[in-house]
Design a binder for this molecule. Structure first.
Ligand SMILES: CC(C)(COP(=O)(O)OP(=O)(O)OC[C@H]1O[C@@H](n2cnc3c(N)ncnc32)[C@H](O)[C@@H]1OP(=O)(O)O)[C@@H](O)C(=O)NCCC(=O)NCCS
Length: 195
């Protein structure tokens, strides 16, 4: 289920972060959102107080509070079953010139031990109403052309998003894949969606 962050999945969250750490997240060169969160909060999030502060920071980001210059509000939602942390999706409320290039509206991750079970697909589907509620009528989703799993997930999202609902316009999803020199196209690009 998709939930706003709260302190209930603390233990499972820490286990999941250890899995991400083992695949290189949090390294100095990791410019993903999880990498940034690890650098800022991992020294304190093992304690209940530190974890509560991290959760509060995520909620503040969604409310647009204390944002660094040039950052837009961003809603993080957790994907969890009972008290097991499985992944998360970050929905940026708007786009900046940088997010237009790399990042787009959405970043998402599934913990390594829960992959290949359909969680990303289900999480993306479940996030569509939240995107609509944030006023995102066209979601820009960027992706590294080598990221097969992510590209497949995007196709699912696109299919699902095009299905019209009775009262709301369908959400349109645009993949952007960047070629050398920043030209938009089906070429190579340097970075994945700020997940
Ligand atoms: C990308 C990611 C979120 C996929 O999560 P997941 O829960 O394993 O994905 P799903 O199980 O929903 O699979 C989605 C599709 O990708 C396929 N897939 C998943 N992992 C794959 C892999 N490593 N190689 C090839 N295909 C893969 C699945 O078979 C499925 O396709 P199908 O519907 O045709 O069967 C996960 O691998 C991850 O967190 N990666 C690191 C962060 C990242 O890349 N985030 C995306 C940012 S753009």
């Amino acid at each position: 289920m998709l939930n706003v962050p709260d302190v209930r999945v603390h233990e499972s969250f820490l286990e999941a972060m250890a899995e991400f750490r083992a695949e290189g997240r949090g390294d100095p060169v990791d410019d993903t959102m999880i990498g940034a969160e690890m650098r800022e909060f991992s020294s304190s999030w093992s304690t209940p107080e530190g974890f509560a502060a991290f959760v509060a920071a995520l909620r503040a980001q969604a409310a647009g509070e204390h944002l660094p210059a040039g950052f837009v509000p961003c809603t993080t939602l957790r994907w969890a079953k009972d008290h097991e942390y499985l992944g998360r999706i970050a929905i940026r409320h708007g786009l900046t010139p940088r997010l237009l290039e790399v990042g787009g509206h959405v970043g998402y991750d599934v913990r390594p031990t829960a992959r290949r079970r359909g969680h990303a697909t289900a999480m993306l589907r479940a996030a569509l109403p939240a995107m609509r509620n944030l006023g995102i009528s066209t979601a820009l989703i960027t992706c590294d052309v080598t990221n097969t799993a992510s590209r497949k997930g995007h196709r699912v999202l696109r299919r699902r998003a095009r299905r019209p609902t009775r009262r709301k316009a369908p959400l349109l999803v645009a993949d952007r894949e960047f070629g050398a020199g920043g030209v938009v196209g089906r070429g190579r690009r340097q970075n994945c969606g700020g997940h």
